[in-house]
Ligand binder design. Structure first.
Ligand SMILES: NC(=O)c1ccc[n+]([C@@H]2O[C@H](COP(=O)([O-])OP(=O)(O)OC[C@H]3O[C@@H](n4cnc5c(N)ncnc54)[C@H](O)[C@@H]3O)[C@@H](O)[C@H]2O)c1
Length: 331
């Protein structure tokens, strides 16, 4: 039996495919390559020494899913495939609802029909409201502030309802801020457009592709005025998916888990750590707050530790070293 990984050629998906392979699972990748290069598949195959099956197609297309489920014996699904830009979702909300929710609905339908036992869904810390007290637990209020965030919360609800009425169990993983790369430097974050996230932008400065970093917001009520996030190594996240596929969540039919480290880092603290890793400081300038950014966000990961037996083990230093190793080797 195999695990279907939608979006398996993308950033978190590719690392998860490798982690699933390392855990002894068969994997089938479904990706439309809208935000991934085919080189990523070559690298995954190089790392796993396997000619993993890859289907090119839209995870929201019922015919594509029928062909994938018809051609492989699939007992579990990890659903990464989605558009993920907050800013783009504000400009094209209907496109985001159609794409991100269309794939959830079609996958849920196919999974229920085919008797799939478990579906793991990529959700996000962006579902939490900015006024919630910290750290954020799975019970914190959810108030998404963008159409992208809404698609994640609605996706969770659709899957919870599908699981409640079938043999499927659904596990929603709310990622905090994924950073880093496989230590080999063969796979990593390879954004095709302008990255919105901080670490890829820092790496662009380090690689000489950007003059300086704009730090959005210096007047937050934090230790140094800059925004706080919970950065988590993508390899830790990948291992969280292996745990989520195996975990016994009974009697629940679906369950939500935070995946983070449980500690927050400001932008200036991150820049200092990046300077140490890179061996030279990163040029930056202060800019105004960016609309939609929250002041501070970090996770309480007690539930994932207690129920999935998972916790993040890699340090900020490792995240930045591995991220730079990949960026440096993929100009
Ligand atoms: N990276 C983050 O900061 C972050 C944080 C929280 C949640 N997430 C979620 O995690 C998931 C993976 O994120 P990522 O950073 O790896 O993104 P990514 O863009 O690198 O990976 C997504 C992959 O899905 C593919 N894809 C997109 N739409 C598709 C479709 N309709 N059919 C088939 N393939 C499709 C893309 O080509 C890409 O390979 C997404 O659902 C994202 O919303 C990401």
């Amino acid at each position: 039996m195999a695990t279907l990984v939608t979006g398996g050629a993308g950033y978190i998906g590719s690392h998860t495919v490798v982690a699933l392979h390392d855990a002894g699972r068969e994997v089938v990748i479904l990706d439309d390559f809208s935000n991934a290069s085919r080189r990523a598949v070559d690298s995954i195959r190089g790392l796993t020494h396997r000619d993993l099956p890859v289907v090119e197609g839209d995870a929201g297309d019922a015919d594509v899913l029928a062909a994938v489920f018809g051609g492989h014996r699939i007992d579990s699904v990890v659903h990464f495939a989605a558009r993920k830009s907050v800013a783009e979702s504000v400009r094209d909300p209907v496109g985001y609802y159609r794409s991100n929710l269309g794939s959830v609905v079609e996958l849920a339908a196919a999974a229920v029909e085919r008797g799939v036992r478990r579906l793991v869904f990529s959700s996000s810390a962006t579902v939490y409201g900015s006024a919630s007290s910290l750290p954020l637990t799975e019970e914190s209020e959810t108030v998404p502030e963008s159409p992208y965030g809404e698609t994640k919360l609605m996706g969770e609800r659709i899957l919870a309802d599908a699981a409640a009425a079938s043999d499927l169990t659904a596990v929603m993983l709310r990622y905090f801020n994924p950073v880093g790369a496989h230590p080999s430097g063969l796979i990593g974050e390879d954004p095709s457009g302008e990255p919105e996230n901080l670490v890829p932008r820092i790496m662009q400065v380090a690689a000489g592709r950007r003059d300086r970093l704009e730090v959005f917001g210096a007047d937050y009520a934090t230790v140094d005025g800059t925004a706080v996030r919970d950065y988590v190594h993508v390899m830790d996240l990948a291992e969280g998916h292996v745990a989520a596929l195996d975990a016994d969540i009974a009697p629940a039919r679906s369950r939500v888990y935070n995946l983070g480290t449980g500690s927050g880092t400001t932008v200036l603290q991150l820049l200092a750590a990046a300077g140490e890793v890179l061996g030279s400081s990163v040029l930056y300038e202060m800019a105004g707050r960016r609309p939609g950014d929250v002041e501070a966000s970090w996770a309480d990961c007690t539930r994932a530790r207690d129920e999935l037996g998972w916790r993040a083990t890699r340090s900020l230093h490792e995240m930045l070293t591995d991220h730079w190793n990949f960026t440096h080797h993929h100009p």
